[in-house]
Write a protein that binds this ligand. Structure first.
Ligand code: ZN
Length: 109
């Protein structure tokens, strides 16, 4: 199995997600904030959306980092829970997953 292929996908994802987190942070800090009250209220609402988006991006980043660690220690193609092989087709779809389908279902349930 081609580990480097998945490593490259994960590195690209990591870069993309990191970039997304940075731009969300910039938006929340409101560089060039407006003085208009109505606009500020809607910006606050917007902040909540951005924050939850930021949180899920942070989570995604953690999963990507974990997957990269798993590539380094050679466990990437095996489920972190039961040790079964994770089918490459699943990894193509979810390159940062650490679990086989069965375990992922149990965890989510
Ligand atoms: Zn498993």
């Amino acid at each position: 199995m081609d580990q480097d292929h998945f490593k490259q996908i994960l590195l690209d994802m990591k870069e993309e997600v990191s970039g997304r987190i940075n731009s969300i942070d910039r938006d929340i800090r409101h560089e060039g904030m407006s003085a208009d009250w109505a606009e500020q209220a809607s910006e606050r609402e917007n902040d909540e959306v951005l924050e939850s988006l930021g949180n899920s991006s942070e989570q995604e980043l953690e999963m990507i980092k974990f997957a990269l660690l798993r590539i380094e220690d050679g466990s990437y193609f095996h489920c972190d829970k039961c040790g079964e092989e994770i089918p490459p087709a699943r990894l193509e779809l979810l390159p940062f997953t650490a679990y086989c389908v069965n375990c992922a279902e149990k965890i989510e349930a």
